[in-house]
Design a protein around this ligand. Structure first.
Ligand code: DGJ
Length: 756
């Protein structure tokens, strides 16, 4: 049983395979959080609670002996005005201007299966693998009810949380801050890992100590952003990949978010995660309810790798909905870095024809096929095929590409509009902009008001028309600027604070309609690369372009950071040209190919310019990828050597089939030295008593994991080595690839992407 309840004690325990989460209704009716950590048999842990006096902290009026200050008590859902002086999860302004919501326990319900939300994406139960606990809290003075939902995925060690706020009173209230989760940990000393970045350098790993100052991070970009990712980790000081306690938190949301982490007065730790509250407010009318986006958390007592695996499995099996999630994905060839805007239908067909020779299954026509777009100054919004540029109709082009035995995909940037477009001329009022002001531009474009139904309908119709006009099996859904003008002409002045969330709801509504109407179309998310890499988008689009930076060496960090929460099957990853277009670095083909294999593999270069020998090599890599891609999509991913560790001259990772019969190890040398020592790498995730074959050598799993592999530093540039392990006698396969480093001295001139 995943949910255990002791009615007399009002004690709620959520049990997963390896973790326990416990709450209890305490004195004065407050819901205390008692424990989240390694699994403990069902026992009341309330003896852990602080029961000393409240020194310089406010305590409830009813408290006879001055105990029970909410600044000191670990709470499940801390709120404004109740004497909790830490970061709260809910802040409201009542009709009379007061800032208080005093939530007391009202009741609970256990529901079969996993709850879902009406307007927001959420994890779902698969083969009855989840149960729901709903706890209702109420402020009896203001008549506001708050339902806390817990979705317990017992076997996956994952718990989801959502909050629904209902106004049962006769007065409207303003929600000022709504967090999806708050977690108080009574004891322990923790570090925080968060993933920060910028365009072309997303999800850098940063580990810092929790301090008494509140560490706040999040996004005000209108999207989850490259600046910070909503996924973060709290871990013991000595936790490593393989040992120690750690907690992971993430949000199923694609807009502004906020996370906090802090040490409290009694050295307790608190984290919160939810909607960004900068400029946010929401008028909750009498009788109305508000859903706070879902948060997801997991605990591992055996280090970061297990924590990642918990998230990877749950995301693949309980969040992504596409039919592609379990099967092989097409190897795609995208024309962006091959042509940018400068293409014709003939050129695209040439690329597709050449790409067929290297094993590509899907040709993707990127930006520039619509309106009169020949650079990034015009036509966003005019989703009409530019037949003059293509030299034919879309259907004719797609038919020719299909005749090659390839599928066809197409790029859209639905949320955007250029001033120079028919759409803007017809509907200038559809754009987010402050009255009497000029809008800020970014890449020369403005943002459509996605909260408007007319905008959603227009985009649904335009995209459907394109999809219905030809055999399109893939969409790349791009979004290339931050949102800054939070003003909608449809909302009254007092409701403008709702727009950032209404935008995301409108986006999800459109994505929901399209993905339901075109269940066989593969959607890939993108936002100037990986600026909207989050669980909200993954609920609709099972893969996301990880970064506009296609340099294999920069990608080592980007893909490593991304992989803590997100399965590599969700990470778009392509082989591009060398010298690389973003940083001019020269890398061998093998390095680029092997790095791209740690994701949904594809190509992003002009295949017509490749020599026959290079094409032959590329074909061999594509074939190899197809052979191992099942491991990529279903297997377990291990970090072996981190790219963020400056002492290492190599980066390494490993993918292992779920049945441990096969494994792929990839090592990329990031520097080479003269007279190098051997490189020893300990593998992970193998069966210790099984035999694995690497080329002609046979090793025991035990030896490979404890003594390690002995490798010679490859000579040359950006060495990569890739080993496939085969298990014996049931032939376990292990392939190891060691890749060459780049030729730094050969830095070529950066092409400079035309997108930014
Ligand atoms: C940004 C994306 O990340 C690129 O891959 C490409 O699609 C451009 N936009 C097109 O404008």
């Amino acid at each position: 049983m995943a949910i255990l309840i002791n009615d007399d004690k009002k004690l709620f325990t959520l049990q997963t395979r390896n973790s326990t989460y416990q709450m209890k209704v305490g004195e004065f009716g407050y819901l205390y959080h008692l424990y989240y950590g390694k699994r403990i048999d069902h026992q009341d842990l309330s003896y852990l609670l602080y029961d000393g006096p409240s020194h310089f902290t406010p305590y409830p009026y009813e408290s006879k002996n001055r105990v029970g200050s909410l600044t000191l008590m670990p709470q499940e859902f801390p709120t404004v005005g109740t004497g909790d002086l830490g970061s709260v999860a809910l802040d409201v302004e009542n009709a009379d201007g007061t800032r208080i919501i005093d939530l007391k326990y009202k009741g609970y319900e256990v529901l079969a299966g996993k709850y879902s939300l009406t307007e927001l994406p959420s994890f779902y139960s698969h083969n009855n693998d989840a149960q729901t606990l709903k706890i209702t809290l109420v402020d009896v003075i203001s008549d506001i009810e708050v339902e806390l939902y817990y979705g317990v995925f017992e076997d996956k060690d994952v718990i989801t949380r959502a909050v629904v706020i209902s106004n049962l009173s006769e007065n409207a209230i303003q929600l000022k801050k709504t967090q999806s989760l708050s977690l108080d940990l009574i004891s322990g000393q923790y570090d925080l890992i968060h993933f920060h970045g910028r365009w072309a350098d997303e999800r850098n790993f940063e580990r810092v100590s929790l301090t008494h100052n509140v560490t706040t991070f999040g996004s005000d970009y209108g999207i989850s952003s490259a600046k910070e990712n909503p996924g973060f980790i709290l871990l013991n000081k000595d936790t490593t990949e393989e040992t120690g306690d750690c907690y992971g938190f993430n949000l199923v949301y694609s807009g502004n978010f906020q996370a906090t982490a802090e040490l409290g007065t009694l050295e307790q730790s608190r984290v919160t995660l939810g909607l960004g509250d900068n400029e946010f407010s929401w008028q909750l009318d009498p009788g109305a309810m508000f859903e706070v986006p879902e948060a997801v958390m997991s605990f591992s007592s055996t280090g970061l790798t297990q924590l990642s695996h918990n998230f990877h499995d749950a995301i693949r099996e309980n969040l992504c909905r596409s039919k592609y999630i379990n099967g092989p994905r097409p190897v795609l060839i995208n024309n962006w870095e091959a042509t940018y805007f400068d293409f014709t239908g003939k050129k695209l067909l040439e690329i597709a024809t050449a790409a067929k020779d290297i094993g590509a299954d899907l040709f993707v026509m990127d930006d520039g096929w619509f309106g009169k777009r020949s650079d990034d100054n015009s036509s966003l919004g005019d989703w009409f095929v530019n037949e003059q540029k293509l030299g034919c109709s879309l259907n004719e082009l797609v038919t020719k590409i299909n005749a090659l035995g390839m599928e066809f995909g197409i790029w859209f940037e639905p949320e955007m509009v250029n001033e120079d477009s028919e759409l803007y001329n017809a509907h200038p009022d559809w754009v987010l902009n402050f009255p009497h002001r000029r809008p800020l531009l970014s890449r020369g474009q403005m943002v459509l008001d996605m909260s408007k139904e007319a905008v959603q309908n227009y985009l649904f119709d335009r995209i459907s028309d394109v999809l219905d006009s030809a055999n399109v099996s893939y969409i790349k859904w791009d979004m290339n600027r931050p949102i800054t003008e939070w003003y909608s002409k449809d909302l009254t002045d007092s409701r403008q604070g709702e727009l950032q969330h209404r935008y995301v709801l409108g986006l999800y509504k459109l994505l929901g309609r399209l993905t339901r109407r075109y269940p066989d179309v593969l959607f890939e998310g993108c936002s100037s690369g990986g600026a909207r890499f989050d669980l909200g988008m993954l609920a609709y689009e099972p893969q996301i372009w990880t970064s506009d930076n296609t340099d294999a060496i920069n990608r080592l960090k980007i893909q490593y950071g991304t992989s803590f929460f997100y399965p590599i099957s969700t990470m778009g990853s392509h082989v591009s040209a060398s010298p690389n277009h973003q940083n001019g670095r020269v890398t061998p083909f093998e390095t680029r190919a092997n790095v791209a294999m740690a994701g949904t593999f594809g190509y992003e270069l002009d295949v017509t310019k490749m020599s026959d020998a290079d094409k032959k090599q590329a074909k061999a890599y594509t074939d190899f990828y197809k052979r191992v891609q099942e491991m990529t999509f279903e297997g377990d991913y291990y970090h072996l050597v981190s790219p963020f560790d400056r002492d290492n001259d190599a980066v390494a990772w490993q993918i292992v089939a779920k049945d441990q019969s096969k494994s792929l190890v990839t090592i990329v040398a990031t520097d080479v030295v003269g007279n190098p020592p051997f490189v020893y790498i300990k593998l992970r995730g193998l069966k210790s008593n099984a035999k694995y074959k690497i080329k002609d050598n046979i090793y025991s799993g035990d030896a490979l994991m404890n003594a390690g592999l002995k490798l010679m530093q490859p000579k040359g540039n950006y060495l990569q080595n890739k080993f496939i392990l085969k298990k014996l006698p049931i032939l376990n396969e292990l392939e190891v690839r060691f890749c060459r480093p780049p030729q730094q001295e050969n830095l070529a001139e950066t092409h400079g992407s035309t997108w930014s």
